[in-house]
Design a protein around this ligand. Structure first.
Ligand code: MTE
Length: 324
């Protein structure tokens, strides 16, 4: 049987909700949870999953952490309202306007499996994990393979700290991230042509690089579902699709992991996916990027401008498709 696979990035611009419409719908709600004051970033509305009961918006907790000034993005921040309303999260749909549908994401209890080539495989609760990590804020440039970009203040901790906690065996050479795939919460899972669950991978060396970051918040709040709550990856020298959202499993392996986008269309989306303006995507140029929330288009930089931190990792990989 012939199945037409829709390519991941073939999203017509007409499917994108106008930013003004999204902004007009936003309001702050008060609530409480645990010992903290809770604020919700989305207005109450008829969020209906599969035409069922309205879904209550996820309440966001205030979250503050000292900003690490070492990572200066050199650009103004993208407004919070834009970064949280223009998203890619295919589990909730193929348009940029997935924020409403993503409110169905059940965030507690949340556990993360530390699996594969580790001293002792185990599952750790999200709250437990957070108690062991020291949070910081980092402002990173975030460059999507679709040629748009944002500048976001993420709150989280270095991926290297999670790797140390997991105690991988010396023979592990890659880290594979698997994200939540629950068809009851995620309408996108019913599209069988995608290779669910969403997976991503890094080499151990990349995972230990100081820039690799696990985010649990942004703009002084816990992560909204549409941005990958409760925990997502940020690897700012790579295209945004490497930033796996809503991670449930971190596996250490000696095999290069197959990733969601590589599994879907290997000729267009490779394992490495490092940003390079000189290497076009097969269907469009990567020379420039559109800054979301402005009418500006600026030149893209190799390694997304983070070469001083990461270029040396690739000096011996001359035969790899590093920029696809
Ligand atoms: N993670 C999951 N689980 N599902 C996705 O569809 N999309 C990726 C990445 N992580 C995606 C994901 C893509 S294509 C991009 S560009 C970024 O998330 C977008 O992150 P943002 O919405 O926070 O800007």
């Amino acid at each position: 049987m012939f199945i037409r696979r829709r390519r991941g990035w073939e999203i017509p611009e007409r499917e994108v909700t106008p930013e003004s419409a999204m902004l007009g719908r936003r309001a702050m709600l008060g609530a409480t949870a645990a010992a903290l004051t809770v604020t919700a970033s989305r207005s109450a509305g008829a969020w209906e999953l599969f035409g069922g009961a309205p879904v209550k918006p996820v309440a966001l907790l205030p979250l503050s952490a000292p900003r690490n000034a070492k990572y200066d993005a050199g650009r103004p921040l993208t407004p919070d309202s834009e970064a949280t309303s223009y998203n890619n999260f295919y589990e909730f749909g193929e348009s940029k306007s997935v924020a409403d549908a993503a409110q169905a994401l059940k965030l507690a209890p949340w556990t993360i499996e530390l699996a594969g080539m580790v001293k002792s495989p185990r599952t750790i609760g999200y709250d437990d994990l957070l108690k062991r990590m020291s949070l910081e804020e980092r402002v990173y440039r975030h460059r999507c393979v679709e040629a748009w970009a944002m500048t976001v203040p993420w709150i989280g901790f270095p991926l290297a700290d999670l790797v140390k906690l997991a105690e991988p065996l010396g023979s592990a050479t890659y880290v594979k991230f698997t994200t939540l795939a629950d068809p009851k919460q995620m309408p996108g899972l019913h599209k069988p042509w995608y290779p669910w669950p969403y997976t991503e991978g890094l080499t151990m060396q990349e995972a230990m690089n100081e820039l690799a970051f696990l985010s649990v918040g942004l703009y002084g709040k816990t992560l909204p579902p549409q941005n990958g709550a409760p925990i997502r990856l940020n690897v700012p020298w790579k295209y945004g699709f490497k930033s796996a959202k809503s991670i449930v499993r971190v596996e250490f392996t000696d095999q290069q992991p197959m990733t969601f986008w590589e599994g879907l269309q290997a000729s267009e989306y490779g394992f490495w996916a490092n940003v390079n303006p000189a290497v076009p995507h097969p269907r469009w140029s990567q020379a420039e990027e559109r800054l979301i929330g402005t009418d500006k288009v600026v030149p893209t930089e190799i390694w997304n401008g983070y070469g001083a931190f990461v270029a040396a990792m690739y000096s011996d990989k001359t035969k790899e498709r590093l920029f696809a």
